[in-house]
Design a protein around this ligand. Structure first.
Ligand code: FEO
Length: 168
């Protein structure tokens, strides 16, 4: 059976993944309101992916005979000053997720919970990609933020519009 400490930490992580899904959904609505449809598409796909992350933990908890305890999801911001500002928030959130995942791995080692330790490795790897992806977008938005013709933003919007459904 899964230990209470691990069960609680996994439920907290489940909540944070749902928060991440909310954050990207809110970003998608913001981009849509700015007619940045490619950015909106990217963010809604990411929101779906975050839900899949949450459901991965949900499934693992049940498989281990643990309890799924759903708690209130923090409200994300509803608007931002710019697309750059929105992606800075998402990058900060990804760093926060990486920290909580690392703490969960530490706890699994401490509690000698090998199954949770192995299960969390997928999330450790995934976070490398999530941080790199959001950081990359932040840096590119910084590069084009000085230009006044909007071409850079238009091209990025087109590119982000190509993102397909979330796959794990
Ligand atoms: Fe599931 Fe973007 O962390």
């Amino acid at each position: 059976m899964i230990k209470t400490k691990i069960e609680e930490a996994l439920n907290q992580q489940l909540n944070l993944e749902f928060y991440s899904s909310y954050l990207y959904l809110s970003m998608s609505a913001y981009f849509d309101s700015k007619h940045l449809n490619g950015f909106a598409n990217w963010a809604i796909q990411q929101s779906e992916e975050e839900k899949l992350h949450a459901m991965k933990i949900y499934g693992f908890l049940l498989e281990r005979g643990g309890n799924v305890v759903l708690s209130s999801i923090q409200a994300p911001p509803a608007r931002w000053d710019s697309p750059l500002n929105a992606f800075e928030d998402s990058f900060a959130n990804e760093q926060r997720v990486t920290n909580t995942i690392n703490n969960l791995v530490d706890l699994a080692v401490e509690e000698k919970d090998h199954a949770t330790h192995i299960f969390m490795q997928w999330f450790v790897t995934e976070q490398v990609e999530e941080e790199s992806m959001t950081f990359g977008i932040v840096e590119r938005l910084k590069m084009i933020s000085g230009s006044h013709d909007g071409n850079g933003l238009f091209l990025m919007d087109h590119e982000l519009g190509q993102r397909k459904e979330a796959e794990l």
